[in-house]
Design a protein around this ligand. Structure first.
Ligand code: Z16
Length: 833
């Protein structure tokens, strides 16, 4: 069969990229893929036909890239993540192919506006927050820099919930992102693995040796869905393989035999439930059985896939680490290492010691958690039920590990208790981060300050035992999506002033803008670009909320998950203070006020009551202020519903100021600040996570920082707890107007109580005076356009370090030890195959 296929040549299926060919392919997809008439195609239909035309161009590159990696026998990295917050793909694919001009012209010839078609696409929201978006940026950088890499994750049917606001309150709706089909995935029914759960283990004798056998009770199939990830201006195209759960035929055999057809069909949907919905698992942790099954489902399918591909190399399994390394995005995929250990020992018959060496050499772990109480841990009872064999192996690993601890610190019960992979009391748990540190050769934090906290506060004993394992790699974001695609106005300006477009591949070049930051004409063009972006956002605000805002005002933005530690509450308390202050002013005084539009967006976890009442408060405050004729354009408050990647792409380029005001020592990184800085938005922040490094790069005098430093947090917390901290009267005044009911009848008592009676854990009352002061400085700076524009240009100029290309290079050199493998371009069909 294979032999005959070789002689078939395909008609022009190495798709041309000129305008005329693009038009032809588009019409082809309208007529043959969508089976519609060309005279009768709506915007959604046009988007789908266009996406298919783009996809054709990706598929060829993608297959060729995989073949190229295979033929060259290069070492690869597998990036394992429970989340990929991708957003839209159409513009990204077209831009990365370098074909935006041609596609735009082709669509125009056919009567469409390319940008309008971009808007038709649903976001792929397969993630909750920074961790998922990081994985998506990393895929873009790995592809762009030609690294041999694979992404692995889950194909959730429902992504991050859709947020609606009614009467100021958040409501969650399912996000069925696949409703109009997904042109970016290829279903691979030929790539399917069995995944087992539950059952029992028995010790058996095999060839005279004791051998542990697992008799699982449930079998579910994992089917691969592949998404091509195009690199920017390279032929290389990577694969993101997402697993979807499907019932296996054997699954319900017994029930079929007993004639109970309907209950067996019920079980089918039970199997599919594993990848039905993304788990709400933001920085805090919830130990639900379904989530554990999701995690194991993802890693077991992935490990089987890695082994299958490794076997094609015909090398011994002990060589596995020479060809494959595995990066775990947080501790969520840690069971991947245990699964590989199990297969090596139970299936391949390797010794424990040999198998253990293989996993240690292959695996590495990125930690995103700051507070020890947020570390992932699984109840042993649950683990024993769902994955009995893996639990045995974890005990065995722990046994060997504790011997090492005992050797290093003889008779130190405290060390054993703290470091053990098993938590004994009050209940028994597996500590996943401890497990990950033990079995990996490297563990990294995501900023300098976070990595330092890992060494001194989160895992100090592990650091003493294995200092060489601890690394710091600061996160980054992709400048392609976050500058080139989201902010064309500014990108064109940068290219013009740097006299080269290559900054998109070498973001350090941005630093040259600093030299020119005083040049009047640059400043003028720069603020004009910002103004255009602000008009676009103002249009979006009017369209979604029916509210008019003036693009002349200072756009002050805080967009991120709503969380107490991120302190949106501090922001809105200040807004109320600002409002009452303006109200008490004379007309004369009001003339000096800097008009502001304060913009919020963000989702709260569905079961996080306090976060939801923060959203309620913001919305109630916005109703009062926006309808106060007395205030007009001096102050507007906007809460934009359903924060997601595509909304961030509209908001970020339009921000004059962006807020990153977490209590110092609580945000591991915070990657949005990097996107804002790249887009010339000035930072208002606390010295936490990424802000520490951003302010170093941009220059302390060009960012606005305030508040308690991380090292002072413990002592201030205890002062607050003991009622020794004198609360600012302006802060108290705001709390009492909320209490009085000025902002609606909603019961804000729990929210107010979280700030009073020594409960102010996140130190809002402590940082409030400094926050007011820095806001005054911001108002003053905005009044001097030269000064403000300069700071804005310097923000972009100082953001070069925060490209995810730099992060990925560090991972590749310091942890993965892999090299780029660039496939130069298409090779004629006959030569290749
Ligand atoms: C997450 O998004 C993060 C941490 C975590 O423990 C779990 C999830 Cl789902 C975030 C951090 O909160 C944020 O500071 C950081 O920028 C991001 O991970 C990427 O590292």
């Amino acid at each position: 069969m294979h032999h005959w296929l070789r002689h078939i040549s395909l008609p022009s299926y190495s798709p041309d990229t000129d305008v005329k060919s693009i038009e032809k392919f588009f019409v082809h997809h309208v007529e043959y893929t969508l089976a519609r008439y060309r005279g009768n195609i709506n915007q959604m239909g046009a988007y789908r036909a266009l996406a298919m035309s783009v996809r054709d161009r990706l598929i060829e590159r993608w297959k060729d890239t995989q073949l190229y990696f295979k033929k060259n026998g290069v070492k690869r990295v597998a990036y394992l993540s429970m989340e990929y917050l991708i957003g839209r793909s159409l513009q990204n694919a077209i831009v990365n192919l370098g074909l935006e001009e041609n596609f735009s012209a082709a669509m125009k010839n056919l009567g469409y506006v390319l940008e309008d078609l971009y808007e038709q696409e649903a976001d792929a929201g397969l993630g909750y927050s920074g961790l998922g978006r990081l994985a998506a940026c990393f895929m873009d950088s790995m592809a762009t820099m030609d690294y041999p890499a694979w992404g692995y994750g889950l194909r959730y049917k429902y992504g991050m919930f859709y947020q609606k606001i009614k009467n100021g309150c958040q409501f969650e709706y399912p996000d069925y992102w696949l409703e109009n089909g997904n042109p970016w995935e290829v279903e691979r029914l030929d790539i399917m693995y069995p995944i087992h759960f539950y059952g029992t283990c028995k010790m058996e004798m095999v060839d005279g040796k004791p051998h542990m056998a697992w008799y699982p009770q449930q079998k579910i199939l994992a089917v691969a869905y592949d998404t091509p990830i195009p690199g920017y201006l390279t032929y290389n195209t990577l694969n993101l393989r997402l697993w979807s759960a499907q019932p296996s035929k054997e699954f319900d055999l017994d029930q079929f035999n007993s004639g109970d057809l309907y209950s067996s069909l019920g079980d089918r949907s039970h199997a599919e439930r594993i990848t039905a919905v993304l788990y709400p698992n933001d920085s805090s942790f919830e130990g639900k059985e379904l989530r554990l099954k999701q995690q194991y489902f993802m890693v077991s399918a992935t490990v089987q896939d890695l082994l299958r591909r490794f076997r094609e190399s015909k090398r011994q399994l002990t060589d596995f680490p020479e060809l494959v390394c595995v990066q775990m995005n947080d501790s969520h995929p840690t069971l991947a290492a245990i699964e590989l250990l199990r297969i090596l020992i139970d299936v391949e018959g390797m010794s424990y010691d040999e198998s253990y060496k293989v996993i240690c050499k292959s695996f590495s772990f990125t930690n995103h958690v700051v507070a020890r109480s947020n570390l992932e841990k699984w109840s042993i009872e649950l683990m024993e039920k769902v994955l009995p064999r893996h639990m045995h192996l974890i005990y065995e690993i722990n046994h060997h590990f504790l011997q090492q601890v005992e050797k290093k610190w003889p008779n130190d019960q405290g060390k054993l208790t703290h470091m053990s992979i098993i938590e004994e009391s009050p209940e028994r748990y597996v500590r996943m981060a401890n497990l990950a540190i033990v079995i990996c050769h490297s563990v990294n934090g995501v900023t300098e300050i976070h990595s330092e906290m890992m060494r001194t506060e989160v895992f100090p004993d592990f650091f003493k035992l294995w200092p060489e394992r601890f690394l710091s790699i600061t996160n980054g974001v992709t400048p392609r999506r976050w500058m080139l695609e989201a902010n064309r106005e500014m990108s064109d300006l940068i290219t013009k002033w740097l006299r080269t477009p290559s900054w998109t591949l070498n973001l350090d070049l941005l630093s040259d803008l600093a030299r020119q930051s005083d040049v009047g004409s640059l400043q003028k063009q720069w603020s004009l670009a910002k103004h255009i972006n602000k008009e676009r956002l103002a249009g979006y605000i009017e369209k979604t909320l029916g509210l008019k805002v003036s693009p002349e005002s200072l756009f002050d933005v805080q967009i991120k998950r709503v969380h107490q530690y991120k302190r949106q509450l501090l922001n809105i308390i200040y807004v109320i203070h600002r409002y009452t202050t303006i109200k008490s002013m004379t007309i004369e005084e009001r003339r000096k006020v800097t008009p502001r539009v304060v913009i919020f967006a963000g989702k709260a976890a569905a079961n996080y009551a306090i976060a939801k009442s923060i959203i309620q408060l913001i919305n109630n405050v916005s109703v009062v202020i926006n309808n106060d004729k007395n205030i007009g354009d001096l102050l507007k408050v906007v809460f934009l519903p359903n924060y997601c990647v595509s909304l961030a792409e509209i908001i970020i380029p339009a921000a004059d100021l962006s807020q990153h005001i977490s209590t110092a020592g609580t945000e591991a990184c915070g990657t949005s600040a990097m996107k804002f800085a790249m887009n010339g938005s000035i930072i208002l922040g606390t010295m936490d996570g990424s802000i520490v490094e951003l302010s170093k790069e941009i220059g302390e005098t060009n960012v606005f920082t305030f508040g308690t430093r991380a090292y002072d947090v413990p002592s201030r917390r205890s002062a607050v707890r003991n009622g020794e901290w004198g609360v600012d009267s302006r802060f108290e005044a705001v709390l009492s107007v909320i209490e009085r009911g000025d902002f609606g009848s909603h019961d804000f008592a729990p929210l107010l109580n979280s700030l009073r009676y020594g409960n102010d854990y996140y130190l809002l009352s402590v940082d409030f005076p400094a926050y007011v002061e820095v806001q005054d400085n911001i108002d003053a700076a905005y009044k001097i356009p030269n000064l403000w524009n300069k700071k804005s240009i310097l923000s972009t100029a100082g953001s070069g370090k925060f490209s995810s290309d730099r992060s990925i290079k560090q991972y590749a050199n310091q942890i993965w030890k892999i090299k780029p493998a660039r496939r130069s371009g298409p090779i004629s069909v006959s030569a290749e195959r």
